[in-house]
Design a protein around this ligand. Structure first.
Ligand SMILES: N[C@@H](CCC(=O)N[C@@H](CS)C(=O)NCC(=O)O)C(=O)O
Length: 200
């Protein structure tokens, strides 16, 4: 059975949880508390030297890190990954966008404001991430005002990757009120079979 190591407050970990539930994959969730320092303990570094969650154990001694690689592995051959070559590449395009243009700005701001609670000393960092974060939301709004999901008319891993931190963007100081198409898309993702909320 797949073992999934994650912190339930982390959007990157939530992507994995969503795919496990949406595809009905039997698994064991192993809670890891980032703020308690769990990811930096020697026993965790032994299975992921990068010291980060999410991480899955596929079989004893075989681990996989990086949220988008993990969900790619879990969903391979499922309806969450288009069979068509171009659609699959477009799905990856949005997943790389998530990791390069979205997560470093929106998730990092949320980390400072929501996790650390006390962002004093992080004001410059928050300021620096604001314009690129807003830009990423603008790119998403533009896409979603044309199509219901990032790769057309069906939910794919691109939606799951982008949903994870977008639906809690307000916790990073990014108000979604002006983004009508994003808000409608959030509701469409929430209505998917197998959907589970980030927090239980
Ligand atoms: N690119 C990685 C990012 C992983 C990451 O930054 N994980 C954070 C939580 S969201 C973490 O484990 N931080 C703990 C630490 O740095 O000790 C992914 O998508 O999985």
């Amino acid at each position: 059975m797949i073992k999934a190591y994650g912190d339930r407050e982390s959007g990157n970990c939530y992507k994995v949880l969503l795919v496990l539930h949406m595809l009905g994959i039997e698994h064991r969730w192993i809670p890891v508390e980032i703020l308690a320092g769990d990811t930096r303990r020697p026993e965790f570094l032994a299975i992921n030297p990068n010291g980060r969650v999410p991480l899955i154990e596929i079989q004893p001694g075989v681990h996989l890190a990086e949220s988008n690689a993990i969900i790619g592995y879990l969903a391979d051959g499922s309806p969450l990954v288009p069979a068509d070559r171009l659609l699959r590449a477009q799905m990856l395009q949005w997943m790389f966008f998530e990791q390069y243009s979205h997560e470093p700005n929106i998730a990092t701001s949320r980390y400072y404001l929501h996790y650390l609670k006390d962002p004093v000393g992080k004001r410059d960092e928050l300021e620096r991430r604001r314009a690129p974060g807003l830009h990423a939301l603008g790119v998403m709004e533009n896409r979603l005002s044309r199509v219901p999901y990032f790769v057309g008319d069906r939910l794919t891993l691109a939606d799951i990757a982008l949903f994870a931190y977008t639906h809690v963007a307000d916790e990073g100081g990014f108000d979604l009120e002006p983004y009508r198409a994003i808000r409608d898309w959030i509701e469409r993702v929430r209505a998917q079979p197998g959907f589970v909320p980030m927090r239980v």
